[in-house]
Ligand binder design. Sequence first.
Ligand SMILES: [Zn+2]
Length: 341
Amino acid sequence: MRLLPRLDTFEKAVAIFRLAWLAGHGDPASIHWVLSEQDMSETRTARSRKNDIPDQQIASVRVLNCGQAEQHKEHRYGSRLPQLWWVFFGRSWVPLPLQCFLIDHRDGLVLFDTGIDPAIGSDTRYIKQAVGRFLLPRIFRFHLTDADRIDRVLTGAGVGASDIRMAVISHLHFDHVGGIAQIPQADLLVSDGEWAILSDPHPEREWILREHIETPTAKWRQIVFEPTGDPLFEGIGGIYDVAGDGSMILLPTPGHTRGSMSMLIRQHGWDPILLVGDLTYEAALLEKNIVSGTGDRDVLLASFAKVRRLQTRLPGLAVVASHDFAAEESVSRATRQSSKI
Ligand SMILES: [Zn+2]
C-alpha cells in the first residue's frame, strides 16, 4: 500500500534541477539533502528488506536542548489524586527539560520532534482559547528564551534549519511541534491515529493546538503502520520503516495521546535506541511500571508492555524519553559518542 503522496511532475523537475545544480556547483555532500520523500519511499522498496542490523546509515544521534520548564510532581511521577486536584492544589514543582533529537542519516538530517515555540511564554495570544490560557500556567512553568526556538538550537549545533529534511513527530502536543514553522521544507511524519485527533471537537483540551499545527507551510505526511513478518515486531501493532533500511523504525506506542509513536534506531556497533517521546517522562519510571499523571493509564501500561517485549528481543535497548534528564547519557552510551549539544 502506498502511504505517501507522490510529488507532482513540477516538484520532481525542481528536485532534479537542484540536484544537477548541486552536482555542478555545490558541496557533493549536500546532494542527498534534496532527495524528496518520494525518493526515500522508492528507496524503501528498492533496498532489500533484510532483518540484519543496518550498517553505517547514521553518522550520529544528538540530543538537542530546547529549553527548560517545570511541571507538577504528580504530573511527572503519577498520582492517585484526580488531575484537576494537582493542577490547582499541587505545590511540588519538578524540572521538565524540553528536548528533541537530531539524527544524521545518510539520506539527510532527521529530527525527532521539533521542540517548543518560546512565543508560548511571551505571546498572550499564542493559545486561542481562554480556558487554555488560564490552565497553562497552572500546569507548566516555562523558563524559555528566544534561543530555545528550534532554528536557533540547530544553529548552536552547527546545522541550518533549512538542512532538515524530515521531522518525525512523536505526538502533536505543543512542546513537540513548536518548531515546525522553522522547517517548512521538511516532511513532517505523524501517525494517522494522532492526526485524527484534529477532527475531534476540541483537540485543544488535550493540548493539541490546531492553529499551530495546520499551518500553510507545514508538509504533514500521515503514516500508517504496516504489518510485518519480522518476529522482532510481533505483537507491536505494525511498523513504519522511515528510510527503508531498518535504521529508523516507527512503532505505535499510544497512551500519552492516542496516536503517540516511538522510533527505534538501529545501527551496527551501537546499542539499539528507542525514542519514546512522552510515553514516560523517565525511562526508570517505565522500568518500574509507573505511569505519569496524564494519558490513558491502561493504554500506557499496554505500551509499556510492548517496550518491555522489545527489550527482551533487543538486549541492551536504550529507552530514551523526551523529557528525561538521562536522555543524553543514554544516547551517548548507546552510540559510544558524545551526544550533547
Ligand atoms: Zn506530550
